[in-house]
Each structure stands twice: as structure tokens, then as C-alpha cells.
Design a binder for this molecule. Structure first.
Ligand code: F6R
Length: 243
């Protein structure tokens, strides 16, 4: 795509078609959702489709990829806040169908909680569709370098570069959380369909390594090469280094 705005509309259109298809069959539509700058225009278009074209989210079950550890819904930097602000507050999704890793879970309950998150995804028959961005470290979700192909939902330590890239949302760099709860690479790979997005020149290098490089835990996004139904959607700038 030449421009990200045009690409985002195409991605929203695919999600809307899936929601409508599932609604017509009286089935849940299980969406894996991302935060960050990449999906914002997709959510804007989904909100427009809801308001202007009657797209209903009543049959949607959502699972977000990740959440900062230590942040809760009252924190404006939290992903629960982000999702309500950009999407959930503007559509008719049922509150009980929204799932976002709980960043306020006590430390000693994290592993049980993460197992529960995995089981809950499975209980709805798995993710029908997973939307992803990509970090400059090669992370998907917050699966930083070193994350294995089989990894599941867990507490991780954020890379320094990731904290730098996300620091704009905080008053000071020190306030950027050092840890997060994220779905694993294995959780993501189980989704039936995956769309990953990248916009702008600063993503060009990692896009190249992800698409044309060897599969490796050094760049967890390369494990997407294993998936049989994944599309990498990018603008011309993010595609600049591809051969
Ligand atoms: C967000 C997430 C991350 C981001 C990635 C890119 O839920 O899981 O993997 O998708 O850090 O962030 P942006 O889109 O802000 O460049």
C-alpha cells in the first residue's frame, strides 16, 4: 500500500467481513487485538463502520495481546485504557466479552492467571483472527528477542529499545514499566488468520529481517513464517528495504 490510511481501511474491511460472516452463522467472532500506533486507524475505521454502516460487535469476543505490568484501567498509559479510548467505548461490544491481560494481578498469582488467559482463549475455540504490530526489536505482542516459538502467555521483561519507543506516552522514561504480560508466540501462531502491520521508515529494517531473514528467537516475529495464513500489510516506507 502507498499510504497507511488506505491499508488500515483494507484491514478493517477484512475484520468487518469476518464479524458479519460469523454473526450470520450465529457464531462468536474471536478477535486478537493489538495496541500501539499501528492499529489506531484500523480501529477508527471499525468505529466508522459501526456508526455509519451498522456493523455490530455483539458477537465479538476480544483478547488483547498484552498489558504493562503494574498499570490498571485508571492509568492513561495502560492498554485497557487505550482499547476503551480507541475502540470499545465507541462500539456495541459486550463488556463481559472484552479480555485484556490484567496488569494489576499480584506477582504470586501471575502464572495461574496466564494459564487462565490461555484456557479462556481455547474455551471460545481459539482466535479466529489476530491483529499485530511489530516492534523494532522484532517483537510481536511483547515477545522480545529470546522468546520461543512455543511460548505462551507470561510475564516478560521489556527491552530497553521497546521502553524507549513507548516512552512518549509517559512523563519520564523511568515511568515506562519494565515488565508486561503478553500472549506468547505460540498463542499467536494458533490463531486461524494473522494480519501484521508496519508503517513508516523506522520499521523498514525489522520488516526486512522478519520477511527475508532466517527464523530465529533473535527476532520472534520471524516465527510468523511458520503460519499458513498470515499477511504482512505495510506502507511503501516500511517496505523500503525489501528486495
Ligand atoms: C501492542 C503490541 C506491540 C506493538 C509494537 C508496535 O499491543 O503488542 O507488539 O504492536 O510494539 O508498536 P507501534 O504500533 O506503536 O509501532
Amino acid at each position: 500500500f502507498g499510504e497507511s490510511a488506505e491499508a488500515a481501511v483494507a484491514v478493517a474491511k477484512e475484520i468487518a467481513s469476518l464479524i458479519r460472516y460469523k454473526t450470520n452463522r450465529n457464531e462468536h467472532c474471536v478477535l486478537g487485538l493489538a495496541t500501539g500506533s499501528s492499529p489506531i486507524k484500523v480501529y477508527q475505521e471499525l468505529v466508522r463502520l459501526h456508526k455509519e454502516e451498522g456493523l455490530s460487535f455483539k458477537n465479538v469476543i476480544s483478547f488483547n495481546l498484552d498489558e504493562y505490568y503494574g498499570l490498571g484501567k485508571e492509568d492513561v498509559q495502560s492498554y485497557v485504557y487505550f482499547m476503551h479510548h480507541h475502540l470499545f467505548d465507541h462500539v456495541d461490544i459486550l463488556p463481559e466479552n472484552i479480555n485484556i491481560p490484567d496488569g494489576t494481578i499480584p506477582y504470586d498469582k501471575i502464572s495461574n492467571y496466564c494459564a487462565y488467559y490461555e484456557e479462556r482463549i481455547e474455551s471460545f475455540g481459539g482466535l479466529d483472527f489476530q491483529l499485530l504490530g511489530i516492534g523494532r526489536t522484532g517483537h510481536i505482542g511483547f515477545n522480545e528477542p529470546g522468546s520461543k516459538e512455543s511460548s505462551t502467555t507470561r510475564l516478560i521483561t521489556l527491552d530497553y529499545l521497546t521502553r524507549q519507543d513507548n516512552a512518549f506516552a509517559f512523563d519520564q522514561f523511568d515511568e515506562v514499566p519494565k515488565k508486561a504480560i503478553t500472549m506468547g508466540v505460540g498463542t499467536i501462531l494458533k490463531a486461524k488468520r494473522i494480519v501484521i502491520m508496519a508503517w513508516g521508515l523506522k520499521k523498514a529494517e525489522i520488516v526486512f529481517k522478519t520477511v527475508e531473514g532466517e527464523m530465529s528467537t533473535d527476532i520472534p516475529a520471524t516465527f510468523l513464517q511458520l503460519h499458513e495464513d498470515v499477511t504482512f500489510v505495510m506502507d511503501d516506507l516500511a517496505a523500503a528495504d525489501l528486495t
